[in-house]
Design a binder for this molecule. Structure first.
Ligand code: ADP
Ligand code: F6P
Length: 584
């Protein structure tokens, strides 16, 4: 084990600003608990733990003594074996970025696939361990999957069928009956693990399922655990019926019935919730669908839906961006890439066909072709992490992105200027915050995206308020964030115009827009998101209890809470809520 001193010494070259030396925890350091605490106090830490020291809203009160059991496919901490040592990392992706800080606060149990090569040796016989590994705040329960499971359930049905369908990118849709069989079997296995954890939980358990990997879990869990409270956050768009119909007959019905095992289904936007209701209307004609109040009656139960736009730990990002280290990094980045009035652009994504990376490169090509005077005027840093590399569309996309960047650099580059700097790896949050801070524009070009957290991370990190957000109108974020420059990534010319607008925007307008976006983001953080969901759940549970007590009331749920900021439960009366709901 290394001490903090040794850890400090274990520095490696920074991929973005060569010549500078950075601490790289994930790759080199396995500190002791004490050393870890010392690292926390350092102005620079490179292992995602800064979230721990940020001030967070106390959300435990909304759990009212219940234990939160969260289920997701992706685990929050993955142990990997290298030739020298075992190290831990946080996998990239919006789900983990959003939920780890919240789970640290609620100290429950997170059930997930143990995907790391050293996961078994770092957990107990059942697959449990305390996380974060050096300052445990909650329990991670790992579930083991075989190669066949991974191929059928994860790479197959979840990522080759549901992922493209939900993102309306049907050219990537692939269906195999054996993948569906595997998805069903794995969902059952996870439901059993969650049930087991719920029986171990102190007090009453509240189960929170995440995403499209587990559409069948809620109904299966309800079959096993009866009256348990189950809710589900769907992190990606939900498609309209015409798209879901591309699945073989019987499967849309099974997926929707599975999801209707929940008490509450949460989407980023009301549009996705309405798509879900349209699908229920079409595929489950016996269900009682109430579009205005976002609820479904089925099998004598009421299932609520709601729009809860996910967010980020805004203050943590802001703090990272404001640190002396970020200041120094941002200055270094600007000196290197934005000398002499040159602008600096940034984009950050997993290499996924939903993110519109080739479309972004085409827009840059168009911009530099049509407006030669903009050559040399700005540099793009494209941070693009490999993702789901076992799948052919992802492999092809990666090759395409690498080749296009090379071609663009060859065509437009000069001895003094490299148009695109490609960072083809995982970048830790501290460094991301500095790059976001340094940038004059951020390009988010998703073809479809449930929310897109990168847009929010950029805004949170823009502490000097000079950056412009160029944002695809097909992200959930675009429905929430005003003052971005909205683009349609399918319209190459319009996208290039959007970049030009951002580059030419006067400083006063940049500042005004960024300030407005920052103020709005501060009103809608990851903790507001979590609170609004937990408040809604608490109200639904209250009304269920009232129901069980035989009090006269309307249908269960929907009437107990709004998705807005939490109110004191003592003053949250149903009549007050009815009145609110009655307002236009
Ligand atoms: P998705 O969930 O589809 O990956 P989001 O934009 O909602 O898309 O979330 C992506 C998350 O993953 C963000 O928190 C972002 O910072 C992180 N991320 C994306 N690419 C990288 C990368 N190259 N290195 C580190 N983190 C990354
Ligand atoms: O946010 C959508 C999502 O699918 C998450 O569920 C997931 O963690 C993230 O994208 C990254 O994908 P994966 O877990 O397949 O690497």
């Amino acid at each position: 084990m290394q001490t903090a001193e040794e850890a400090r010494a274990a520095r490696v070259a920074c991929p973005i600003a060569p010549g500078r030396r950075e601490l790289n925890y994930a790759a080199n350091v396995e500190p002791t608990r004490t050393a870890y605490r010392q690292l926390l106090e350092m102005p620079l830490c490179s292992h995602g733990c800064c979230h721990i020291i940020c001030a967070m809203t106390d959300v435990t009160k909304y759990l009212d003594g219940r234990t939160l059991i969260l289920l997701s496919n992706r685990e929050p901490y993955e142990h990997l074996a290298s030739s020298e040592r075992v190290h831990v990392r946080q996998p990239p992706g919006g789900l983990v970025s959003a939920l780890d800080p919240t789970m640290r606060r609620t100290s429950g149990t997170w059930v997930a696939w143990g995907s790391g090569s050293a996961d078994r040796e770092t957990s107990d016989a059942v697959g449990r361990l305390g996380v974060p590994p050096y300052d445990p705040a909650y329990t991670l329960r790992r579930v083991w999957l075989s190669e066949t499971d991974i191929e059928g359930y994860y790479l197959g049905f979840a990522n080759s069928a549901l992922w493209p369908l939900c993102h309306l990118l049907i050219q990537h849709f692939e269906f195999h009956a054996e993948h569906w069989e595997s998805y069903k079997a794995v969902n059952e296995r996870f439901a059993a693990a969650v049930h087991e954890e719920s029986l171990r939980a102190k007090g009453v358990a509240q189960v929170w399922v995440q995403d499209y990997h587990f559409a069948l879990v809620p109904a299966e869990l309800r079959r096993r655990a009866g009256n348990i409270f189950i809710h589900h956050f769907w992190h990606i768009p939900f498609p309209p019926p015409d798209i879901l119909r591309l699945l073989p007959m019987g499967i849309p019905e099974a997926l929707l019935t599975g999801l209707l095992g929940n008490d509450l289904v949460e989407f980023h936007t009301e549009r996705y919730a309405q798509n879900f209701l349209s699908c229920v209307r079409e595929f489950l004609p016996d269900a009682d669908v109430r579009g205005e109040s976002l609820r479904v009656g089925i099998d004598g139960r009421q299932v609520m839906l709601g729009a809860f736009p996910i967010s980020i730990d805004v203050e943590a990002f802001e703090r990272l961006a404001l640190s002396e280290e970020s200041d120094a990094r941002a200055t270094a980045l600007r000196q290197r890439y934005a000398r002499g009035g040159r602008a600096l652009g940034i984009s950050v994504d997993r290499i996924d066909y939903t993110k519109g990376i080739p479309e972004r490169l085409r827009a840059l090509d168009r911009l530099w072709t049509d407006t030669p005077e903009l050559r040399g005027r700005f540099t793009m840093i494209i941070v693009a992490t490999p993702s789901r590399t076992e799948l052919v569309p992802y492999q092809n996309l990666q090759s395409e992105v690498l080749a296009s960047v090379r071609q663009l650099n060859e065509r437009f580059g000069t001895p003094d200027w490299e148009p695109i700097v490609l960072v083809h790896e995982n970048v830790h949050a501290e460094l991301l915050a500095a790059v976001y801070r340094a940038a004059d524009l951020c390009l988010v070009s998703s073809l479809q995206d449930g929310m897109n957290l990168v847009a929010k991370e950029f805004v949170a990190s823009q502490v000097d308020e000079h950056g412009v957000l160029v944002l695809s109108r097909f992200t959930g974020a675009a429905e929430e964030i005003a003052d971005a420059v909205l683009i349609n990534p399918f319209n190459v010319g319009g996208f290039a115009d959007g970049i030009r607008t951002a580059l030419e925007m006067p400083p006063d307008e940049r500042r005004r827009r960024m300030r407005a976006m920052r103020a709005q983001l501060h009103r809608s953080t990851i903790f507001d998101w979590l609170e609004s969901i937990l408040v809604k759940c608490a109200a639904l549970m209250d009304s269920r209890l009232a129901d069980d007590g035989g009090r006269e009331r309307n249908a269960v749920g929907g009437d107990g809470a709004t998705n807005g900021p939490p109110r004191s439960r003592a003053t949250s009366t149903r009549s007050a809520d009815d009145w609110r709901e009655a307002l236009p």
